[in-house]
Design a protein. Structure first.
Lengths: 203, 203
DNA sequence: CGAGTGATTGACTTAGATCAATGACCGTGG
DNA sequence: CCACGGTCATTGATCTAAGTCAATCACTCG
């Protein structure tokens, strides 16, 4: 329970030791486009919104980061931020200073490898989630999620959060998800016990 | 025009020199789940489909990689592949051997940094594309794309491919995209000249 | 014991998917 | 040099799955 040992366990102790926490009020900015980059962040609690605003005032959300998510990794390799980050709620973030990270990349192959590994896995799961969004039917989207997240037995899925969270992840309204799951259960395709779903007959 | 200098220009010469090309017929497998990992790939031409098949035969597409895309970066950090990769068309891929990459990560900080930078940027754009898919209205999705991809003047967007390609990227049917663009043009929000779109009035 | 949130189901509406047809282009082989 | 097959771009008509609005019940937390 040493304080230096909190947070991202995929970073070496020296980098974690250099981390700095910061508390944000809702609406408070973490950084602005054009500002000098100081490192990348991990959201400890609350949610932070990354927004790109073009010169004519149009806004576009690039990412909404919640507890456990990281943000602005790419800023490590850029002198200035390319978007704004604003707390959407009361929030706590942890800054991993650019200098510490880059030094580790240079001098500590193990950390470099771990960092690259994490990014590569992130790329993989993001690509998969994006691919899922290409599926139009709600039911097939749910199937995609379930088959990919099935446990070792290839049939049991334990949801990490609420059904509403899952609905958001799938890009469905919660109502649509409830109905889809209800139909799948009614037709014997799945079995449900609270937050645990079991896949039944194949295809 | 040296052959060792083809392909991913973000990799050091030594890694690129170790690359191996392979030609695939449609339906031919590049690797299988459980197989020993040999490295990650770049698609030179054609398209390759990554598919996860669970034990009961259900399939789920994880990624569809086309010319210029890379795949299986995460396999660098894993002893075995976790999905199948199958050519969807006649295709040519380039293998960057695991050993060469990992050696570079260990001994060549510049390459490690470049590799991490590429992954970080990929994570960023994937998150943005995923965020875009959270937007329900076709029109707002198009707006999101346009404001984020506007050029230096904050108004001009040059499409990288055809409108059909864009439609796929946005998760819309091409018909829906044509109609949406037509409406936006009719209402003066954009101007269009072939593959170039200009944003007009703000908000 | 209220207030807040998740889970669920019903009724209604609509944006976008589907199906279909047409014109513009473009490369290519005879 | 041109006809033909292929793809992109575009527009119309129709249909439906999913979004939206709304109400209820179960739970948990101060």
């Amino acid at each position: 329970m040493k304080s230096a040992e909190k947070g991202a366990d995929w970073l070496s102790g020296s980098v974690r030791a250099a981390a700095v926490e910061r508390r944000l009020k809702p609406g408070q900015a973490l950084f602005h486009a054009g500002g000098k980059t100081s490192g990348f962040y991990e959201v400890v609690s609350g949610t932070v919104r990354m927004v790109r605003v073009d010169r004519s005032g149009r806004e576009a959300v690039l990412q909404v980061a919640s507890a456990g998510d990281t943000l602005a990794e790419a800023s490590l390799f850029s002198p200035a931020y390319h978007c704004d980050a604003v707390a959407a709620t009361e929030a706590v973030v942890r800054l991993y200073p650019k200098s510490a990270l880059l030094a580790a990349l240079e001098h500590d192959p193990a950390t470099a490898k771990a960092f690259a590994a994490r990014l590569a896995r992130q790329v993989m799961t993001l690509r998969t989630r994006l691919e899922r969004r290409n599926i139009h039917s709600a039911r097939d989207r749910v199937r995609h999620y379930l088959t990919i997240n099935a446990g070792a037995d290839g049939a049991t899925v334990v949801l990490p959060g609420t059904l509403k969270d899952l609905a958001a992840d799938l890009g469905l309204t919660h109502e649509a998800l409830y109905r889809t799951l209800a139909r799948m259960a009614a037709e014997g395709e799945i079995t449900r016990a609270g937050t645990v779903i079991k896949l039944k007959r194949a295809g």
